[in-house]
Design a protein around this ligand. Structure first.
Ligand code: ADP
Ligand code: MG
Length: 726
């Protein structure tokens, strides 16, 4: 009997897949000519705006000066003509609510002209401020019910762009999203505030170093995005993937990733076509995509841009996530951004490469001269101090139900935050700690004795993949961010904690030198040594996956916050609230609202997964197990009736596993019926300790059944099918 499970249908649809007919023709196209054609970029602004308005805009963009609102009308009018010429009919304020999604509300440019026709309009006030119906976005209690309004505010530092659709184009204006009282309801607002704080403190330090006009110091971000691609037919045949983004069941395939034949292997043709079309879209939007390659797991890939200012990098990263999913669908595939779509197979992360740059260059580049070396060491040590002092807070920024499956699972960094410096820099760190460097002074040059050392490791590629926070030659790479997460929150915290350390360093230098620049060298040496002595516990160059490291880290007093419920409270610690409010990044209320939103989100995610697991177990797995049991029973009865004594080994196994399955269905039902207390944290604990734990034992039974139930009866596409059929 041929069964017609959704799985069988999916397989035949995949086999019959035909390449897309309306694929765009990319041949003969020059990336150079295409790049940024849909962006209201500097070149276009210079062309379309009057000189004073262009200059005023530039002062805000390049120097961080407050926006002169009186220029809005002229900018709006230029934007409108540019957008209409590009075929836009609508405009939208794009914003980034705390759902990690991108939100937009489209308005037409056209209004009735009162004479039976329509006229295109776009005022300065519509550019500067929008009022989306925002009541359904999480606010963590900031917006009370009587005032559900939220406002979007034009972010001039991220250029407007045209988003194309075969049926019409839209002018997109990146915005911040705030409540009527000015409190942040989004990811962008605190990110911008943190960049401002970082700039202010970095300026103080640079000034002490004698730089009079270093230009604005900008946090930079280069996010590498990992993702999976599977055929869409499989995606739709798996309710768990469709609704939760990950598989809740699935036995390990006979061939997993242990062959390591996928990493940097040839990219399959359908996938490459998809990548090329996605890149085509990215280029038009001025997103500097640079690399594409296979990742470690079968069916896993990565895309990374050239780094940009953290704010722009963030906005572009959101577009990348959206476009990957949209374009994949055109090629009959689903792009999975979940941190752990498949158990037992590597999950996906989003490495956040982070640094700070200004007119002087990259401040985390060791440079060639002793002067640059010293400057580098100051910024590098500021980061080390920051990450040690606020390790738990930084850890909390990557806490989510999805990322819990990845962190610490011997494929991604552990939940313990530590810093990898590389051999050479670690050696320098040690010497500074011992005081060996500050003693060797040569006359004239500002240095911390660094010229007695080999040149600092420039671009020394780091291959210690087990570290969550690694120095990679001219930047730090924060590897704990989840593939599905916005980079904004981690960047925000990173910027703020480093701002705090730079503040500390500047204040110390001021105190030690009393304004006498000849004392600078000595002062810097002293501060670096103090930092090395006080913060050496965070430096670790060994294997972060090993059990010994877990024990060692505990001895060093480093926090090991294994999951979201353990990690999130770090956000509400007095030290975190003090820090974030001191640098005007988030007020106490904003912090508490974020904590609440994240915890609520965790509960909702696990609840959804629990309900899904229950539904699939009840309506798909149990019937398949019973059907097989019935087949085997008839067979045994038949054999008996003709005088044979059949082996019932398999039948016994099925009966036993089916019994387990029924019991587990009952207990997960029970777990889902309770909430575990009144307070949000107790709910979260319940979801972690009761619901998730039940899901895990349910999964064990289901996966065991998958290994013995007749393949014809099995209802869900298997790991083997999803990962290896291209
Ligand atoms: P790997 O996989 O070896 O880490 P990739 O080339 O995939 O390297 O990614 C490196 C990322 O780091 C790129 O996005 C790159 O632009 C980014 N990067 C390089 N320099 C900086 C910097 N100064 N600030 C932020 N990101 C940077
Ligand atoms: Mg990397």
């Amino acid at each position: 009997m041929k069964s017609t499970t959704g799985r069988q249908e999916a397989i035949s649809a995949v086999i019959n897949y035909k390449p897309l007919v309306n694929a765009i023709d990319l041949e003969g196209e020059s990336t150079g000519a295409l790049y940024g054609t849909n962006v209201f970029n500097d070149k276009v602004q210079r062309q379309l705006l009057s000189k004073p308005v262009y200059k005023a805009l530039q002062r805000t963009i390049a120097r961080g000066e407050p926006l002169d609102a009186s220029i809005a009308n002229e900018v709006a009018s230029a934007l409108k003509s540019w957008a209409l010429e590009k075929g836009a009919t609508h405009f939208t304020h794009v914003f980034y609510p705390l759902t990690s999604l991108t939100a937009e509300k489209h308005d037409s440019f056209f209004d009735p002209d009162g004479e039976g026709g329509m006229i295109a309009q776009f005022s300065g006030s519509a550019l500067i401020q929008g009022e989306p119906d925002a009541s359904s976005f999480p606010s963590g209690g900031i917006r009370s019910t009587f005032e559900a309004r939220g406002y979007t505010a034009w972010d001039v530092t991220s250029p407007a762009y045209i988003y194309e659709n075969p049926n019409g184009n839209t002018l997109c204006i990146p915005t911040a999203f705030v409540s009527w009282t000015g409190e942040a309801l989004d990811h962008k607002t605190p990110l911008l505030r943190s960049m401002q704080a970082l700039n202010e403190q970095a300026q103080r330090v640079l000034k002490l170093f004698g730089y009079d006009d270093p230009g604005m110091v900008t946090a930079t971000a280069g996010p590498e995005q990992e993702y999976f691609l599977i055929d869409r037919n499989f995606f739709f045949a798996r309710p768990d993937l469709l609704n939760a983004g990950r598989t809740l069941f699935g036995a390990k395939p006979p061939k997993g990733q242990e062959f390591e034949d996928h990493y940097f292997g040839a990219i399959p043709e359908r996938v490459l076509s998809f990548m090329m079309e996605a890149e085509h879209e990215f280029y038009k939007l001025g997103i500097p995509i640079k690399t594409r390659h296979n990742e470690v797991a079968p069916g896993q890939f990565e895309v990374a841009p050239v780094y940009e200012s953290a704010n722009l990098g963030h906005d572009h990263q959101h577009i990348v996530m959206l476009e990957l999913q949209r374009v994949a669908a055109k090629y009959g595939m689903s792009c999975l951004l979940h941190e752990k779509p498949f158990a037992g197979i590597n999950g996906s992360g989003k490495h956040l490469n982070w640094s700070l740059g200004c007119k002087l260059g990259n401040l985390l580049d060791p440079g060639a001269s002793p002067h640059e070396n010293t400057r580098f060491l100051v910024f590098c040590f500021a980061t080390i101090r920051a990450v040690h002092k606020y390790a738990a807070l930084l850890r909390s920024t990557v806490a989510s139900a999805g990322n819990d499956h990845r962190l610490g699972a011997n494929e991604a960094p552990p939940a313990i935050i530590s810093i990898f410096l590389g051999e050479q820099l670690e050696d320098i760190f040690e010497q500074i700690k011992e005081g060996n460097l500050s003693s060797s002074k040569a006359s004239g040059t500002l240095k911390v004795g660094v010229d007695t050392l080999p040149t600092l490791p420039r671009h020394a590629g780091d291959r210690n993949r087990t570290s969550p926070f690694a120095f990679t030659g001219n930047r730090f790479e924060f590897r704990a961010v989840g593939s599905n997460q916005s980079i904004a929150w981690s960047s925000t915290v990173l910027n703020t904690i480093v701002a705090e350390s730079l503040d500390y360093i500047a204040t110390e230098i001021e105190a030690l030198t009393g304004g006498d620049s000849t004392k600078l060298n000595e002062a810097v040496g002293k501060i670096l040594q103090t930092i090395a002595v006080e913060h050496d516990a965070i430096i670790f160059g060994g294997n972060g996956y090993s059990e010994e490291w877990h024990q060692e880290a505990a001895k060093r007093g480093l926090p090991n916050l294994r999951n979201t419920v353990d990690a999130l409270p770090a956000l509400t610690e007095a030290s975190s609230i003090e820090l974030l409010s001191k640098y005007n990044v988030l007020s106490e209320r904003e912090v508490l609202s974020r904590y609440e939103i994240s915890l609520e989100r965790y509960c909702r995610d696990v609840n959804t997964e629990g309900l899904l697991a229950l539904e699939i177990a009840k309506t798909k797995i149990l019937p398949a197990a019973l059907a097989y049991q019935s087949q085997l029973t008839s067979l045994a009865a038949g054999l008996k009736s003709i005088g044979k004594s059949p082996s019932t080994k398999l039948l016994d196994e099925i009966i036993s596993l089916t019994g387990d399955l029924e019991a587990e269905i009952e207990s997960i039902e029970e777990a889902l019926a309770h909430e575990g207390g009144d307070d949000l944290h107790e709910h979260a604990l319940h979801y972690r300790d009761a619901v998730l734990a039940n899901m895990l034992s349910l999964r064990k039974t289901v996966d065991a059944l998958e290994e013995i139930v007749s393949d014809e009866l099995w209802p869900l596409p298997t790991y083997q099918e999803m990962l290896f059929i291209k």
